[in-house]
Design a protein around this ligand. Structure first.
Ligand code: HEC
Ligand code: HEC
Length: 305
């Protein structure tokens, strides 16, 4: 069943000018900050961190059942292939899908695609992203459409909201505000907050403990609130930077074989490429969130059901 959203204002028929600066900014958001690539590409799950298979970037993928999503959730092919990808979409339609959650045909997208956060993506960032999407190598790869279980299939039809009027990023010289913007686009809250019935658990924002299962491995997200004993309270800015930089040289070729002790969904290698200014801003913002005491052992093997 598909829905025509009544709120699907026709996307503006803009043509975005492809400048070198936009191309680089788009690449940075796609590959590093927002990790669009991580959800929309085939990955090598035999390696720690499951690196994206470069030639399969953006080709679409069905999420594993063990993740516990309410149905068969598929990230579509977003390469410019005209038949199996988004090659025939206008730039305006791409921006509408990314920020408002409405597919070309008017269907409401399942908000596992983090458009509810991307709503706040600036016009300039959204346009840069589209410039980059437009130059991805087109790959013919037909994937199934998402099929959600009842009643989620009905409930999500109200999730898309039109983005009206210009959206600007906060001034990047204000580290906390800039950091909040980056954390939102990076989806840190989506992985680092436990959920209850598909919504963030009250009072647990960024406090970790969200469980991920893929194949035989499990991992829990860490507590990244500034709580002293169980969160990042004792971490200096330098320790935070060093933790990310520790993954900067890891590539798909050098990533070790996966095991229960190193299995993770944390996009370390992508985020390790963020600029110093951006990582420091993320750190500055994380210092301002409510500290929550919640002890998590991310790699503790869970007792099998
Ligand atoms: C957490 C995983 C995840 C992330 C991160 C993610 N997506 Fe998606 N995306 C999805 C899923 C799942 C769908 C399909 C939802 C559905 O079918 O209802 C989707 C749908 C889309 C669509 C609509 C395609 C269509 O055929 O309808 C576009 C365009 C898109 N994503 C682009 C992006 C971009 C650009 C980014 C990064 C800024 C991104 N996505 C990040 C999971 C993700
Ligand atoms: C796709 C899910 C996912 C996303 C997105 C994500 N994380 Fe994580 N993160 C994890 C998991 C799982 C762990 C625990 C395992 C590990 O350390 O690799 C973790 C661990 C961490 C740690 C290590 C904490 C410690 O005590 O060692 C930090 C710091 C962190 N994440 C920060 C962030 C920030 C900042 C963002 C957003 C820019 C983010 N994460 C986005 C899943 C995610």
């Amino acid at each position: 069943m598909t829905f025509k959203s009544t709120k699907s204002a026709p996307p503006s028929d803009i043509r975005i000018e492809a400048t070198a600066a936009r191309l680089e900014r788009g690449r940075y958001i796609f590959e590093n900050l927002a990790d669009c690539a991580g959800c929309h590409s085939e990955r090598d799950w035999t390696k720690a961190g499951a690196p994206v298979i470069a030639s399969r970037t953006g080709v679409g993928v069905a999420f594993p059942k063990e993740l516990g999503l309410p149905g068969d959730v598929v990230a579509p092919n977003i390469t410019p292939d005209p038949t199996t990808g988004i090659g025939t979409w206008t730039d305006g339609e791409k921006i509408r899908a990314i920020r408002a959650g409405i597919s070309k045909d008017g269907r409401a997208l399942f908000p596992f695609m983090p458009y509810q956060g991307y709503r706040r993506m600036s016009d300039e960032d959204a346009q840069s992203l589209v410039v980059y999407l437009n130059v991805l190598p087109p790959v013919k790869n037909a994937v199934a459409r998402t099929k959600l279980n009842f009643p989620v299939n009905l409930l999500i039809k109200d999730a898309p909201q039109p983005v009206t009027g210009p959206v600007q990023a906060p001034d990047s010289s204000n580290a906390v505000q800039h950091g909040e913007y980056l954390v939102n686009l990076g989806g840190c809250q989506d992985c680092h907050t436990q959920q209850e019935k598909g919504a963030p658990k009250e009072g647990m924002m960024l406090a970790g403990g969200f469980e991920f299962r893929v194949g035989q491995y499990t991992v829990l997200s860490a507590n990244i609130t500034p709580e002293m004993e169980t969160g990042l309270g004792s971490w200096s800015e330098q320790r935070f930077l060093d933790k990310f930089r520790g993954y900067a040289a890891t590539t798909a070729a050098t990533a070790p074989q996966v095991n229960q002790a190193n299995f993770t969904l944390m996009p370390w290698t992508n985020l390790a490429q963020l600029t110093d200014q951006d990582l420091k801003a993320i750190y500055a913002f994380l210092r301002t969130v409510k500290p929550v005491k919640n002890a998590v052992e991310p790699h503790k093997p869970l007792t099998q059901p």
